[in-house]
Structure formats: structure tokens, C-alpha cells
Design a protein around this ligand. Structure first.
Ligand code: CTP
Ligand code: MG
Length: 241
């Protein structure tokens, strides 16, 4: 971190981006695949850098692409410090590697999937604000719209789940830094969700409204939706190039 970096927000954002994207099909690591000609990770980092709460961005990159990712993102962080570390074998290991690289200072840490490439900066700031206001852990959620059934091994329905009590969970997820560190220190089995680790500590997790624009690009169909979202994105803030 050198002197020309601006001091703005109070939040460190970890960006797990080391996955291969098996469900998207053969090709480059998912974070480096293009959407509208721009790698997903660059979309994600531009929007994080446009959020006023963010002070530093730590990316967990595919280990073979650490230098390339640094070159790709360095011009796109609007002067914010950027740290790129090699990711791990599963998402939780990538988050742990990024968490270990957070500099002293920020007491709020957000974890944000590179695959949620079009997440609006306002959602980043609203999650951070809920932590700042006193929550230990905050997740953005959407209501579940489909009817949900539980089934047995033969695909026979066991029950219809009351969807009014269900939420679909997005990122960024926000945490008090010490809470996230304790959750990762305690982790045994790999989790795909940081709030899940925090729940195991018995710490309450607060839900705030998510955004349909924060969808996770997982399968080829999601790229089709994301192309449309990109074309219809509200130009409420200037994104760094
Ligand atoms: N991730 C990571 N390190 C891993 C695995 C996943 O940093 N070893 C990241 C992905 O890059 C992604 C986020 O975690 O930004 C959510 O994971 P997911 O959408 O499952 O991405 P992939 O694991 O790449 O996709 P797939 O499961 O289809 O292979
Ligand atoms: Mg995965």
C-alpha cells in the first residue's frame, strides 16, 4: 500500500475467484470468462470499487493466474489497494487465504463471489452498513418464488416445504472481522457459504434485501440472463474503467 492510494471506506472485501466453473462448461476459469467482452472478475471488482464503503479488495485467484489477475484488475480499482493471492482447492480455502491477507485496519469484512459479477455497488454498501450498525453477520437474501419439495433417494416427495420461511442467499456477506476469523478458525468441513460457518458459532445472522442483479453466474443460461442485465444496468454510478 503506497501513499497515492486514497483512504475512503472502512471495509475489506474478499473476492473468491479461484473456481474453475465446471457447471459453466469447458473453458478458462470462470472468473476470467467474458461477459459482454469483459472478464466476470473485472465486472465484479469494478462494482466493488464503486461502493463507497470499500477500503481494500483482496482477490483469491486461480493459482496459475495470480499475475494475470493482478494486471487485469490493477487499473480498475479506482485507486483502492488491491491484493491478489492464490486461491485454494475449495471456496472456503480461497476465502481463508484472502482473509489471511487482509491488512491491519478494517474491522468489517465482506465476502463476495466473483461469479456474482453484476452485483450493484448499492448492495455492497447496504450489507456493510448493516454490519456497521451493529450486526455481527449480514447476508443479502431474496424470497424463494418456486414451490419447494423435499424428496427421498427415489425422487418421491416427502413434503412440501413452507417457502414463506425460506430465503435464497446471495453475496456479499458481511461480518465483523473477528467473527469471520473465528468462524474460519473453527471450520472443519468445507462450506460454500461463510454465514454457514458463523451460524455454527451460534452467532446470529441478519438478512437484508438482496438484488436480482446479484445473481450467481453458474450455468450457461445464467450468462444469457447476465448479458441482458448488463445491457439494462442502471447507470447510477460511474464505474472505474
Ligand atoms: N471459488 C474459489 N475457489 C474455489 C472454488 C470456488 O474462489 N476453489 C469461488 C468461485 O471462483 C466463485 C465462488 O467461489 O466466484 C462461487 O463458486 P461457484 O459459483 O461454485 O464457482 P466455481 O466453483 O468456479 O463453479 P463450479 O462449482 O461450477 O465449478
Ligand atoms: Mg463451485
Amino acid at each position: 500500500v503506497t501513499a497515492h492510494f486514497q483512504q475512503r471506506g472502512d471495509v475489506a472485501v474478499l473476492v473468491p475467484a479461484a473456481g474453475s466453473g465446471v457447471r459453466l462448461g469447458p473453458g478458462a476459469p470462470k472468473a476470467l470468462r467474458p461477459l459482454g467482452g469483459v472478464p466476470l472478475l473485472l465486472h465484479a471488482v469494478r462494482r466493488l470499487a464503486a461502493a463507497s464503503s470499500v477500503a481494500v479488495i483482496v482477490v483469491a485467484a486461480p493459482p496459475a493466474d495470480v499475475a494475470a489477475v493482478r494486471d487485469l484488475l490493477a487499473p480498475a480499482t479506482a485507486g483502492l489497494p488491491l491484493i491478489v493471492v492464490p486461491g485454494g482447492a475449495h471456496r472456503q480455502a480461497s476465502v481463508a487465504a484472502a482473509l489471511a491477507a487482509v491488512p491491519a485496519g478494517p474491522q468489517i469484512v465482506l465476502v463476495h463471489d466473483a461469479a456474482r459479477a453484476l452485483t450493484p455497488p448499492d448492495l455492497v454498501d447496504s450489507v456493510a452498513a448493516a454490519v456497521r450498525a451493529g450486526a455481527d453477520a449480514v447476508i443479502p437474501v431474496l424470497p424463494v418464488v418456486d414451490t419447494i419439495k423435499s424428496v427421498d433417494a427415489d425422487e418421491t416427495v416427502l413434503a412440501t416445504v413452507d417457502r414463506s420461511t425460506l430465503r435464497a442467499v446471495q453475496t456479499p456477506q458481511g461480518f465483523r472481522r473477528d467473527v469471520l476469523a473465528a468462524a474460519h478458525a473453527d471450520a472443519v468441513d468445507p462450506h460454500t457459504d461463510d454465514a454457514g460457518l458463523v451460524e455454527k458459532l451460534g452467532v446470529p445472522v441478519l438478512c437484508v434485501p438482496g438484488s436480482e442483479r446479484a445473481l450467481k453466474i453458474t450455468r450457461p443460461f445464467d450468462l444469457v440472463i447476465a448479458e441482458h442485465l448488463l445491457a439494462t444496468e442502471p447507470a447510477t454510478r460511474t464505474l472505474p474503467s
